[in-house]
Design a protein around this ligand. Sequence first.
Ligand SMILES: Nc1ncnc2c1ncn2[C@@H]1O[C@H](COP(=O)(O)OP(=O)(O)OP(=O)(O)O)[C@@H](O)[C@H]1O
Length: 612
Amino acid sequence: MAMYDEEDFSKGFDLTLWKKLLKYAKPYKSWMILLAAILIGSGIVDAAFTMMSKYAIDKFIVPGNLEGMDKFMLYYGLLVILQAVNIGMLIAIAGKIEMGITYDIRKEGFKRLQELSFSYYDKTPVGWIMARMNSDTTRLGETIAWGLVDLAWGSAMMVAVMVSMLYMNWKLALITLSVVPVLAVLSIFFQQKILNLYRKVKKINSRITGAFNEGIMGAKTSKVLVREEKNLEEFKEITGQMFKASVKAAVLTSIYLPVVMALGSIGTAFVLWFGGDGLVAGTLTYGTLVAFVAYTVQFFEPIRELARIFAEFQSAQASGERVLSMIETQPDIVDKKEVIRTYGDVFFPKKENWEDIKGNIAFKNVSFSYKRGEKVLDNFNLEVKEGETIALVGETGSGKSTIVNLLCRFYEPTEGVILIDGVDYKERSLVWLQSNLGYVLQSPHLFSGTVKDNIRYGKLTATDEEIIRASKLVNAHNFIVRLSKGYDTEVGEGGNRLSTGEKQLISFARALIANPKIFVLDEATSSIDTETEKVIQHAVERVLKGRTSFIIAHRLSTIRSAGRILVIKKGKVIEQGNHKELMALKGYYYSLYTNQFKEEMGKGILDKIQVI
Ligand SMILES: Nc1ncnc2c1ncn2[C@@H]1O[C@H](COP(=O)(O)OP(=O)(O)OP(=O)(O)O)[C@@H](O)[C@H]1O
């Protein structure tokens, strides 16, 4: 299981990063201000409750005089209602902000994922991306909304409690609060350690998500290779590391929390000790003593919470760093400024760069490498006339897909240029090229939805009649109408309810309806039965008509009618011509063809091969 390790991010508080993240809270600014006001109010009301208890003890309970108690109860009741309304509102508003921020970050992340070039997906495992889009965005939304709620509420409450304590009896207040610095030092010490462990857990968690992803995607292959045991072992190894780090964090938390509670109790003990003295000496009322005990508890609760909130913020900072690292990744392939117009953040190609494509293509001295220093194509040259069909053949890894990937501008040449109708394609927009391109992959991808939806992806404005016409043209209509709901049959995730041949026919219909000027077909390698092969062959001929086409051919028997066959070896064209010419050459193509024929038909039939 190949792993993609998380980058190690900074450990301190990163102000620049938070500034960027708080940008996501900006659309909710007025809600946040309202929220802050409610929170400060509710912190003050909390402190006021204790003050009222003190008043009730000193005024009514100790003297045993209940006069005015009814009025007091009324005020108390009103305060309870006010606090209930406060809490209801703050949950609703914070929930709204949380969901809004998560949604906005996901939306931006998804937009960027759509813009990123193929090279990004070469380097970044799907599991890593999924973790960024799911758990990290959720954590950010949660922390920005609820973390700020807790922070504002905790701070407001502590200030209100401290002011009330100092107001009631400043000496006793200072004695009680003397444990705070000790608590602060201990909190910083423990939280740093716990946070580092959680960082480690998070890092391992990403690897686990990746492993899950590989395990699920490759479930069939694992079974066939009887790799389940090995996979399980590797999985146990990484989950084991996560277990150890999590347990360590839990142990530290289990030491930290009782220490905080003990310090809180010491604070209460100080109140009882020194406050008790004051009570005996008559310098302190019962009410004040009770209020001090309650305030001590109220004061330490947010401190404990604040430590947790800071830990959450730091962990959210790590999530933020990862999400932003994804959102801020610049696509390798972008349109030049001169070729696009912008409306808001939507790009459109400029009109003057939107000429109709004729389909003349030229590769001029093109070199390309996926990894620096490893050239896959070296000084590759090719001229293709409009309407020509080019078949690319060659052994696996020879560079056939690379040539069409460059043509489709999924990657750009490292050196040299690709001209379309005489113009370097970098001088035109990506949309211009790609909306004129049809690409049918070896294992075509269908989206969840109906057969009809999938064909319509080729041209969103297509009518049902156009869809049926295109399907008939590529011979897909017959099998589609035999499906349980015909054109309205659901194809399942990735089209998994259909066979490969059926998926190819649908993708031919999808390509045909888009009417692309340039068409690329990566022929299926999997053996399709002869009947389907004939149907597909027929569909291919229909689709190719009138377009410049590239076929990556795996079964050489299917390209005998191609206008020009390019034989590729190690990124170079070593032979070219039509089938007849290449067979007559008795070179590399001849040996590839005869070998394949031998495999397909058996040795005895070889003698019958004639150069047509
Ligand atoms: N995304 C990638 N990152 C790095 N190297 C790659 C990538 N894709 C292909 N290669 C390498 O480039 C070379 C050419 O690959 P390419 O896919 O173009 O060959 P191909 O002729 O299409 O092979 P096949 O018939 O098996 O599809 C190979 O050595 C391959 O390992």
